[in-house]
Design a protein around this ligand. Sequence first.
Ligand code: EPU
Length: 474
Amino acid sequence: MLPRAAIGGSAPRDKPSGGGCALTVNDVLTVHGGTPLHGRIRVRGAKNLVSKAMVAALLGDAPSRLYDVPRIRDVEVVRGLLELHGVRVTDGTEDGELVFDPANVESATTDEINVHAGSSRIPILLCGPLLHRLGHAFIPDLGGCHIGPRPIDFHIQALRQFGAVVDKGPDGMHLTAPTGLHGTKLELPYPSVGATEQVLLTAVMAEGVTELRNAAVEPEIIDLICVLQKMGAIIKVHTDRVIEIQGVPRLGGYTHRPIPDRIEAASWAAAALATGGDIEVLGAEQVDMMTFLNVFRSVGGAYEVTDMRPPRNGSPGQEGKIRFWHPGDELKAVALETDVHPGFMTDWQQPLVVALTQARGLSIVHETVYEQRLGYTQALNSMGATIQVYRDCLGGTPCRFGRRDFKHSAVIAGPSKLHAADLVIPDLRAGFSHLIAALAAEGTSRVYGVDLIDRGYEDFEAKLAALGAHAERA
Ligand code: EPU
């Protein structure tokens, strides 16, 4: 059955189209809300590091080993692309361990590669590694979440500066490097995560030195630098967002345990707050979540950090974790701006806004990373929330989007009693916020398009069950 109202996205289609955030008619979750979530779940390696570390394995001339890889769709897509290019990918002995053997890297046909068209944004990061290994690359049309235009101009400009010839065709992007790839000086117009990764993955084996200014320095990027360093790369991270890379002629393999997924951890924290619950997130680490924790506490949430302790002198070790809970007092309105690291992550915004609908007063959210990442608030309004979106920059600092007339600021008036609705998931993070809203609302909601959540949240249905949520397919 189709939703009574296609709220927060277009009506379901019977097969995916237009990217990793497409809908199918059968992926419906019926959620009986109003029960606080209680219990314990675990987060694994960060989606936004794991997929990049997998791409890095292509650069080595020896096998690489990655632990704690979550079973999510983005990982499957990158695995498929690596295998198409001759990388042997096998499961290791530990749950979540993958081994990549790049001994026989080979070309794939455009038809084979196009099977992955529209499924993820990661393929763009294969440019540098494939140029180094094969001298040419074909990149299919990208996918990823529909959260604005998501241009790739910084990537193309950087690749051209390294010496790549980039031809954009109707089927995708063809690249060659007739005179090889050479170190260069670059300055990004904005500290883009993907473009910084593009530069790193290309510069490590380019001839000479690359200097990147205005680089992104998210923890996932620093972790990617650790991966590349283990492979033999020489990368210096200077102050003021400057990264210097000394190209080397060959790289080996790596063995790496990624940083935990701080977006997933914050999503469960927001779920605890919005439903009046108490969730222990095993694997979550304080250091990469400091900005989130400050906001969580300002809203009135409580948390307790337990540091990881390695086994020592015969005593067993202890896994790190953070317990997040609603202490029972009224939640407080806050003003926040999303920003690049160390600011408040744009991906933390959507789950937290659901909790802000329960806070007394007017909360203000200024989204400064993506121009169209507040569309999902319509769905929350259909459930009883009072959220107005504005074109003005309602934060302390004017951002790129104020001048360009995008609705990128929100005012959330609370507290609002949420009631059940039929919802259509528009993208990954907004999708999780829809799910939280359905869990917090009184009554039975139907959430369409939940398969999108599999892109970035491992086993989310099993985790919901472990937390006492009442939800079932269809
Ligand atoms: N931008 C350009 N031109 C470019 C590249 C980026 O104008 O060539 C702009 C974007 O339009 C955006 C801003 O720069 O306004 C930041 O984009 P960025 O390149 O940093 O984002 P990304 O690399 O495409 C990654 C994550 C996103 C996360 C952002 C910001 C992955 C696979 N994706 O995207 O995560 O929101 O960084 O931290 O790492 C998610 O996990 O759901 C997700 C969307």
